[in-house]
Write a protein that binds this ligand. Structure first.
Ligand code: BG6
Length: 488
């Protein structure tokens, strides 16, 4: 049985409360936490958005989303109705002058003791305006917190402008920058796997590791987010944040505690050691792709250009050979790959070890060991070892996985990343949130690559929806005499 330690009572104001993220993820996550008894009854959840409606209509909207996105959550309908009673709605145009914010000021007037949180689930262009209005209206108290959804800007300059503007009202210790990958159970497990198992650390370096692959493949396309996505692309949408965060957790030095700053300082060191990819090597070390029409799970899927309704040069796939220039990782490439409309949804980190120094079982006798960490779906860890295939007739070496399937080992429901992250905001635990200097460093690296692509011109290579990306991505690995790990 899992134990849930209740968090302090809170008032959570969700800006953008009628948007996709809030309905699909935030409210269902809060519901789960409520059902597990983690949310104290004095807590309030206030949805704020421009749409004209009252609290009853808002509750109906959240209920509908719950039925759609968390259909199995409510075993006890009575408990779910109890949760709904904690929801309120305030109609608010976030960009309106301070005096138009009266309904929100009113809603929070008599609530002084609860932890106060403002969750900005809006376009990043509104972040500074909202933060400043919260300052002007006095809603931002000395202890209240702000949560910023990614993307924080679209490059280093715009991200700095956001962080500066928000920083005038909320200092760093009250600013929670979400990268929801850090809230995934299996991602947190990376730290446990590395630093709670003595046998891992001595082999975790260039002495034994040949290379690392990080793949985040999605079956989904742009799903009604064409406007945002077409201006963003896979590098900004996925690599600058999620994939770089995963790389950091694989590569960081052991922090001396689980303290937020100890971990974030180690991640920053990795980001600072990431070699920038310039115009001279972008063609060798990166591949951009864009999906064409194809088949996903046997069903026809349209081309990206058709989905966004115009020809576009935006990349929906990217593969990158990243290099971390420090003593531990010099000469060990980190191959990153992410794409939409790929053959299957699969997020995985593969650590491939070196060949044995002497092949006493003959050339090709033993395959290199691999530690495969499956983040989603079918969460688990698989260590590929070589064993003797049983039976007479010569000594045959076979590579087989030692499997740790989390579903078999633990019977608990896997909580959504947002469940953990939302409760961490209430607790004031910043460990799983990005510090400003991390975001800056990640944008610095991404900006250099975007500039290199700009200079090189050209277009992304096409790949069929339902494939593993353009063939050039396999060729990039070929050039290094390596191959992507794409199990059938
Ligand atoms: C988001 C991206 O941050 O992550 C989306 O903006 C992407 O484009 C999503 O689909 C993937 O998240 P998950 O949790 O489904 O792997």
């Amino acid at each position: 049985m899992a134990e849930f330690i209740p968090v302090p009572p809170f008032d959570l104001v969700v800006f953008g409360a009628t948007g996709d993220l809030a309905l699909r993820k935030l409210f269902p996550s809060l519901l789960h936490r409520y059902l597990d008894g983690q949310i104290p009854p004095q807590s309030r959840i206030i949805g704020a958005a421009r749409t004209a409606m009252d609290t009853a209509a808002f509750r109906a909207m959240v209920h509908e989303a719950r039925v759609k996105f968390a259909p199995n959550a409510c075993v006890d309908e009575g408990k779910c109705a109890e949760f709904m009673a904690h929801l309120e709605y305030v109609q608010l145009d976030a960009s309106a002058p301070a005096f138009d914010w009266a309904p929100l000021t009113q809603a929070l007037k008599n609530s002084k003791d609860n932890v106060r949180i403002f969750y900005l689930s809006t376009a990043p262009s509104l972040f500074v305006t909202i933060a400043q209005r919260l300052g002007e209206t006095g809603l931002a108290t000395a202890t209240s917190r702000i949560v910023l959804e990614k993307p924080i800007g679209r490059d280093l300059a715009s991200s700095r402008a956001i962080n500066d503007g928000v920083g005038e009202v909320f200092d760093e210790s009250r600013t929670f920058r979400i990268d929801h990958y850090l809230g995934k159970e299996t991602v947190q497990n990376l730290l446990v796997l590395r630093f709670a198992n003595m046998l891992i650390e001595p082999i975790w370096s260039r002495a034994t590791i040949d290379h690392v692959q990080i793949t985040v493949a999605e079956e989904l396309g742009v799903e009604g987010r064409a406007d945002y996505y077409d201006k963003s692309g896979a590098l900004r949408d996925m690599v600058q944040n999620h994939l770089l965060q995963l790389l950091c957790l694989v590569a960081l030095e052991p922090p001396n505690s689980m303290d937020a700053d100890a971990i974030r300082t180690e991640k920053l060191k990795v980001l600072s050691a990431l070699r920038r990819v310039g115009a001279a090597d972008a063609a060798q070390k990166t591949v951009r792709g864009q999906y064409r029409a194809g088949l996903i799970a046997g069903k026809p899927a349209p081309a990206y250009a058709e989905e966004v309704g115009r020809p576009s040069k935006t990349e929906t796939f990217v593969a990158i050979k990243a290099e971390v220039d420090n003593w531990r990782w010099a000469g060990v490439p980190f191959y990153l790959r992410t794409g939409k409309r790929m053959s299957a949804r699969r997020s995985e980190i593969v650590v491939q070890f070196k060949d044995t120094p002497v092949p006493i079982f003959g050339a090709g006798g033993a395959a290199p060991n691999k530690l495969v960490m499956r983040l989603q779906p079918d969460e688990g860890v698989h260590l590929w070892l070589n064993v003797k295939e049983p039976g007479p007739g010569g000594l045959r070496v076979k590579s087989v996985p030692l499997n740790l399937s989390f579903a078999d080992a633990f019977t608990l429901r896997y909580p959504d990343a947002y469940e953990r992250l939302l409760m961490d905001v209430v607790r004031g635990n910043l460990s799983l949130f990005m510090r400003r200097d991390e975001v800056d460093a990640a944008w610095g690296w991404a900006d250099a690559l975007l500039a290199a692509w700009d200079r090189a011109g050209g277009e992304p290579y096409g790949y069929a929806a339902g494939s593993n990306g353009p063939t050039q991505s396999a060729l990039m690995m070929d050039r290094d005499a390596r191959a992507w790990w794409d199990p059938e």
